[in-house]
Design a protein around this ligand. Structure first.
Ligand code: AHR
Ligand code: AHR
Ligand code: AHR
Ligand code: AHR
Length: 484
């Protein structure tokens, strides 16, 4: 048998962090303006929030939202974005070379997070900004005192502190493309100053250091600044026109994350339990302009399904992740003046966020695997870039123990039949939800919004049953466990 799945719903491995399903919104192209925020549009509410976008965002229950960048933040002055909108200055953004009107700022972002029920995650300006400005931002957001910026927030109509818990200390400061880019030692020293004094002002915040692929950078940052950091970030962009090349990089990402974890364990703060924040990830290979409206297809949606189940399995070391990005720019959601459509990447979130339990349970998989030379194997975990599975699966159980979800990705371009064995399950009806489409290159558009979509069908399950999976698809079998 080439493929098989064994599930033991009673063997709970861990609780999955809800923040792995997070998103990122940057002032870039039409992500904010003309995306989630559009003044004077008949589709917007009185706050300027596009109602159709809000509905779509609410459907994927965004648990944490990163803002305002990205590269943008390294030349963003938050004080430009508060107070009466007509008095806010327009500035030229160096990162994406467009004019920033500042009509969407901190208060609007927090309002948006409150509306969708997301935890806000702010990133600080370490390019043109300084520590003073960052401390003022923290005071404006979180202080209940009688100091200037706490009072200013109240004057702007927000008596209660925002209690922003997650603070990124700079963005990709290792990159030559970043305003104010630094060496590892420069960043390590400076970020430590930021995090240290920010925690004096508000000891309850969680700080996120900039990490990357360079082990030397990560180690220097951890050894120097790790004592005042709670997390280290990692970014991953991938993809090409080639389907297998793209989906195989789910397992490259896995290796990279394991690599960062090894450095954490080697560092001087190994005992502190610093975890990884994958705060930008997506397919990105087609566009390199200042709009980044990547036309996502089913290939990319299947990649996203693969990443989401990888994160479900790894959430003990990567408890926070943010898709880059939510709207238009590398966007899961694509808007036009008169409506929107949901890309296959959005559909991956829709499927997995709405059909997963909070607890990861034991599975054993058997699957064909391959490496990038095309050599075929027959193998088990651990999967890696030299042992890529054609089929991957996780099983989760809801917090109350009443529902079991078996999530299966078929990466193959062919239909496959998979025997599934579930320990102690009585025979019964269940529902299978499947994300699929006619071809790996299928896209959704404003005129044909449902080419790639989720459909559901009844299935009979029991201790032993079989599912037949469509080519390049992801299926969740959702099973009631009430009689156990
Ligand atoms: O998401 C687009 C860009 O990718 C972000 O601004 C930057 O952080 C990364 O290089
Ligand atoms: O000033 C920052 C924070 O504001 C303090 O840490 C907190 O106690 C107060 O609400
Ligand atoms: O192209 C994406 C960038 O390249 C990532 O942001 C960074 O981590 C990588 O080096
Ligand atoms: O031009 C976009 C920048 O180029 C990205 O932010 C970076 O990752 C890439 O190298």
């Amino acid at each position: 048998m080439a493929f098989s799945i064994y599930v033991n719903p009673r063997k709970v491995l861990m609780t999955i962090s809800k923040y792995i399903y997070g998103h990122f919104t940057e002032h870039l192209g039409r992500c904010i303006y003309g995306g989630l925020y559009e003044e004077n549009s008949p589709l917007s509410d009185q706050r300027g929030f596009r109602r159709d976008v809000l509905d779509a965002v609410k459907k994927i229950k965004v648990p944490i939202l990163r803002w305002p960048g990205g590269n943008f933040v390294s030349n963003y002055h938050w004080k430009d974005g508060i107070g009466p909108k007509d008095e806010r200055p327009t500035r030229f953004d160096l990162a994406w070379q467009q004019e920033e009107t500042n009509r969407f700022g901190t208060d609007e972002f927090i309002e948006y997070c409150n509306e969708i029920g997301a935890e806000p995650y702010l990133c600080t300006n370490m390019g043109t900004g300084d520590l003073d400005e960052t401390l003022h931002w923290l005071e404006y957001c979180n202080s209940n005192g009688n100091t200037y910026y706490a009072k200013l927030r109240r004057q702007h109509g927000h008596p209660e502190p925002y209690n922003v818990k997650f603070w990124g200390i700079g963005n990709e400061m290792y990159g030559e493309w970043q305003v104010g880019h630094m060496t590892a030692d420069e960043y390590a020293r400076k970020s430590r100053e930021y995090a240290k004094w920010m925690k004096v002002l508000d000891p309850s915040i969680k700080t996120i250091a900039v990490g990357c692929d360079d082990p030397d950078w990560n180690l220097r940052v951890l050894n120097t600044a790790g004592d005042v950091m709670d997390y280290i970030s990692y970014h991953f962009y991938t993809g090409s026109e080639d389907y297998y090349e793209t989906v195989s990089t789910v397992y490259l990402l896995k290796e990279r994350l394991v690599g960062v974890k090894k450095l954490i364990d080697m560092s001087s703060v190994a005992k502190k339990g610093i975890k990884i924040v994958l705060d930008e990830w997506n397919v990105w290979h087609r566009v390199m302009d200042n709009k980044l409206e990547e036309p996502y297809n089913l290939k990319d949606g299947i990649f996203a399904c693969g990443v989401l189940i990888l994160l479900q399995r790894m959430s003990d070391i990567v408890p926070i992740a943010n898709l880059a990005q939510l709207v238009n720019a590398l966007g899961a959601i694509h808007t036009e003046k008169n409506g929107l459509y949901l890309t296959p990447v959005y559909k991956a979130f829709e499927l997995i966020v709405n059909h997963s339990g909070e607890k990861l349970v034991q599975t054993h998989l058997e699957t064909e695997t391959y490496d990038m030379t095309g050599t075929m194997f027959f193998s088990r975990m651990p999967f890696s870039i030299s042992n890529v599975p054609y089929m991957d699966a996780v099983a989760t159980v809801s917090q109350d123990g009443k529902k079991l979800f078996v999530t299966v990705v078929n990466y193959k371009k062919e239909e496959i039949s998979i025997p599934i064995r579930i320990e102690g399950l009585a025979s019964k009806k269940a529902v299978a939800y499947t994300l699929s489409g006619p071809d790996v290159s299928s896209t959704n558009t404003i005129d044909k919004p449902n080419t790639v979509d989720i459909c559901s069908e009844p299935v009979t399950v029991g201790t032993e049953f079989k599912i037949v999976m469509k080519p390049f698809s992801c299926t969740v079998v959702e099973i009631e466990l009430t009689d156990r």
